[in-house]
Design a protein around this ligand. Structure first.
Ligand SMILES: C[S@@+](CC[C@H](N)C(=O)[O-])C[C@H]1O[C@@H](n2cnc3c(N)ncnc32)[C@H](O)[C@@H]1O
Length: 344
C-alpha cells in the first residue's frame, strides 16, 4: 500500500480476485457486523468449517479481514486499517442487503446474536445475588475502587453514567463524587439488586434503568463521566460499546474503562460467560480514537492471576464560542441527563 491509501494495480487485482466468490463476499458482509468465530460463520453460511476456514484465510491474506486468537477461540473481523480495509468497506456497502442469500445470512446472524445475548442474560440472572462473591474470586477490588474514586473526584462530573451497573457497586463508590448518577443494565435482576444497594447506601442522587449498552436511550453529549467497569469482556462488539459511550460524553468529559489485561483463563469463558479474555492496550486506545476520544496512558493494577487495567480517555473540549456542553464543571443547563432517560 502507498502512503496516500491507494494500492498498486497488481495488488488491487489480487485483492479483488480474493473476494470474487459469493461465499467470501458473504463473509465480508457478516464480519462487518461484528467479531465472529469460524463455527458461527460456518453455521450461518451452512458450510463445513474447513471450507469456511479456507475462504477466511484467503480474505485475511488479502488484508480484507483480521484474525485474532483468544485462547481456543479464533475471531474474524473486518480489517481496521489500510487500503484493503477501505476497499472491503466499499464492497460491503455496495452489497444489496435485500438479496435473498444476504438477507438469510443476516437473519441467521441475528439469531446467533440473540442466542449469545440469551446465554449471557441467563448467566447474569442466575448470578445476580452472588455477583459480589464471584468478583471477589478474581481480585481484591478495593485498590481499583480507590483509584477510580480518585479519578472521578478530580473530574467532578455533573452527570455520571455507569454502563452495565450490575449490583450498582460503581455507583456506590463514584456517585458521591458526582452531581447525578445513572446506572444502566440489561438485566432486571441485577437492577433489582442495585436498587436495594443504592437505597441502603442512601444515594439519593443515583438511579438505575434498564437499557442496552449498544443502544443507550440517552442524548448525545449528556454525561461528563462514563464508566464501563468489568463489562467489556462480555461484549461481542467492544468497539461499538466504546463508541456508544463516547457518543453520550460531553466535550471535556472522561471515559473510564476497567477490565483485565490479556490472559489465558479459559474457565472465565466456559463457566462465567466471558467473551473476551482481557484486552490489549492498543485495541482499547484504537477504539477510543475511532470514537473521537483522546486516550491517556493506561494504569495497571497487577494481581494474581489477573491484572486489572484502568484505561481513561477524554473527549476533547469544545472550541471557544461553540455550543459547548458544560464539560466537567458542576453546572448543567436544563434537567439533569439522568432525568431525561427513557423510562421503560
Ligand atoms: C460483571 S457485571 C459488572 C457489574 C458492575 N459494572 C460492577 O463492576 O460491579 C457485568 C454487567 O454487565 C451487564 N451487561 C452485559 N451486557 C449488557 C448490555 N448489552 N447492556 C447493558 N448491560 C449489560 C450485565 O447484566 C452485568 O450486570
Amino acid at each position: 500500500m502507498k502512503g496516500n491509501g491507494t494500492v498498486p494495480l497488481n495488488e488491487l487485482v489480487a485483492t479483488l480476485r480474493a473476494v470474487a466468490e459469493p461465499s467470501r463476499v458473504r463473509l465480508l458482509v457478516l464480519c462487518f457486523r461484528g467479531e465472529l468465530t469460524v463455527s458461527e460463520l460456518a453455521q450461518i453460511l451452512g458450510q463445513s468449517q474447513p471450507r469456511v476456514s479456507r475462504h477466511l484465510k484467503l480474505l485475511c491474506d488479502a488484508g480484507l479481514l483480521d484474525r485474532f486468537r483468544e485462547g481456543s477461540w479464533v475471531f474474524y473481523r473486518l480489517s481496521a486499517g489500510g487500503a484493503a480495509a477501505a476497499l472491503s468497506r466499499h464492497l460491503v456497502a455496495a452489497c444489496d442487503e435485500s438479496d435473498e442469500t444476504i438477507a438469510l445470512d443476516l437473519q441467521r446472524l441475528a439469531a446467533i446474536k440473540r442466542q449469545r445475548a440469551e446465554l449471557a442474560a441467563a448467566y447474569f440472572r442466575d448470578n445476580a445475588a452472588q455477583w459480589h462473591r464471584i468478583r471477589s474470586l478474581y481480585i481484591d477490588e478495593r485498590e481499583v475502587e480507590a483509584a477510580l474514586a480518585e479519578i472521578v473526584a478530580a473530574a467532578a462530573p455533573h452527570d455520571l453514567l455507569d454502563i452495565g451497573t450490575g449490583t450498582g457497586r460503581m455507583l456506590e463508590i463514584l456517585a458521591p463524587h458526582a452531581g447525578n448518577a445513572l446506572g444502566i443494565d440489561q438485566s432486571r435482576e441485577m437492577l433489582a439488586v442495585a436498587r436495594v444497594n443504592l437505597e441502603r447506601a442512601g444515594l439519593a442522587n443515583s438511579m438505575v434503568r434498564l437499557a442496552d449498552m449498544y443502544q443507550l436511550p440517552l442524548a448525545d453529549a449528556s454525561f461528563d463521566a462514563v464508566v464501563i467497569h468489568q463489562v467489556l469482556h462480555y461484549a461481542d462488539r467492544p468497539d461499538a460499546v466504546i463508541a456508544e459511550a463516547a457518543r453520550v460524553l460531553r466535550p471535556g468529559g472522561i471515559l473510564l474503562v476497567v477490565d483485565f489485561a490479556p490472559h489465558g483463563l479459559e474457565f472465565l469463558r466456559d463457566e462465567h460467560a466471558h467473551r473476551r479474555l482481557g484486552f490489549a492496550d492498543a485495541d482499547v486506545a484504537q477504539w477510543c480514537r475511532l470514537a473521537g476520544l483522546e486516550p491517556d496512558a493506561p494504569r495497571r493494577l497487577p494481581g494474581e492471576p489477573l491484572t486489572v487495567v484502568i484505561w481513561t480517555a477524554h473527549r476533547p473540549a469544545a472550541a471557544a464560542g461553540s455550543l459547548a456542553a458544560p464539560g466537567r464543571a458542576r453546572v448543567s443547563a436544563g434537567a439533569p441527563a439522568v432525568e431525561r432517560v427513557l423510562d421503560r
